[in-house]
Design a protein around this ligand. Structure first.
Ligand code: BDR
Ligand code: CA
Length: 324
């Protein structure tokens, strides 16, 4: 069992990633921290809270963090994720509030409480993580592993050179990549192959309320704004890697983040040719797509069953209350 903290900006693919983490017995979610990214911090936090209740893990803390980049104006990806950040999904509003405190302190305290045991996974801009390593540099020693969905050594998606999570806060990413730990970077080079094709969406359609209210609207909304044979479910790849690292090939590299380039700001410059330099990253280079979907869809199946159980229980309780 791997204990994880997910730093995220839900976000359609963040929602699909959180659902995978929740449905996987191999992972225990210790907390979800939010950051402004795909949409505002207010919305990413509201979405994390809705997901937590809809999926049924109300005991897990959701802790809001940084609203925007360290030094730059905030950018977003509402054109891709919709105004709410969760496309056309139909999740009821949350009834429970976020935890008190700040994501940065939650990350520090959680890693400090279990040194060497907790994996930190970043699937949004890296602002919270950068602030955490600046405030408490021992975070880099305490983390069992630090895995991100972000970057690319081929081409970007926010600009031709830069992937969204890095481009949204390049200075934060530069801090994180030079903090002295090894960053496992699953980037677009990998995630662009993980497409929710028609066949995948058909499997989701058969998943009752989970499929109808969350998975299918996510995939369809994301699909409207992306090309190819279905949308790439980027963030899901980082969680899948934690469950089964053999799904993704990784190679050691030296990664630098471009912060000053006029056309290349937010680019991850990846050098696999190490020479005598020590790597600061393990970079994903390919993914076994059939096995990725097998793992992901079977975890979604588990969650779908739990959701149906909750629905059955709720209608049973209503019947009792109404004396039916
Ligand atoms: C990343 O950018 C965001 O829009 C997604 O949620 C994902 O984390 C992909 O480039
Ligand atoms: Ca994300």
């Amino acid at each position: 069992m791997r204990r994880i903290v997910i730093d995220c900006d839900p976000g359609i693919d963040d929602a699909l990633a959180i659902t995978l983490a929740h449905g996987s017995p191999e992972l225990e979610i210790l907390g979800i921290t939010t950051v402004g990214g795909n949409v505002s911090l207010e919305k990413t936090t509201a979405n994390a809270l809705k997901l937590r209740e809809f999926l049924g893990f109300p005991e897990v803390p959701v802790v809001p963090g940084s609203p925007g980049a360290l030094l730059r104006s905030r950018v977003d990806a509402a054109d891709v994720h919709g105004d709410s950040g969760l496309g056309d999904t139909r999740l009821p509003p949350a009834t429970l509030p976020p935890s008190d405190g700040h994501a940065v302190d939650f990350i520090i305290e959680t890693l400090a409480a279990h040194p060497g045991e907790v994996t930190l996974v970043g699937i949004g801009p890296l602002t919270n993580v950068a602030l955490a390593v600046r405030k408490e540099p021992r975070v880099t020693e305490w983390a069992r592993e630090f895995v991100i969905l972000g970057g690319s050594y081929t081409r970007g998606n926010f600009t031709p050179a830069a992937e969204f999570n890095i481009a949204a806060d390049p200075e934060a990413a530069a801090i994180v990549f030079t903090a002295g730990w090894t960053v496992t970077m699953i980037g677009l080079d990998v995630s662009r192959s993980a497409l929710a094709t028609g066949a995948v969406v058909d499997r989701m359609r058969a998943m009752g309320r989970l499929g109808a209210d969350l998975l299918v609207p996510c995939a369809e909304f994301y699909g409207m704004v992306t090309a190819d044979d279905g949308p790439a479910v980027h963030d899901v790849c980082a969680i899948a890697y934690l469950i089964d690292p053999t799904l993704i090939e990784i190679q050691p590299a030296v990664v630098e983040v471009e912060t000053v380039g006029r056309f290349t700001s937010g680019m991850t410059v990846v050098d696999f040719d190490l020479g005598d330099r020590a790597p600061n990253a393990l970079v994903g280079t390919s993914i076994d797509v059939p096995r990725f979907w097998e793992l992901t869809l079977s975890a979604y199946d588990q969650v779908a069953r739990q959701c149906e159980g909750v629905v059955a229980l709720e209608s049973c309780q209503e019947a009792v209350v109404e004396g039916r």
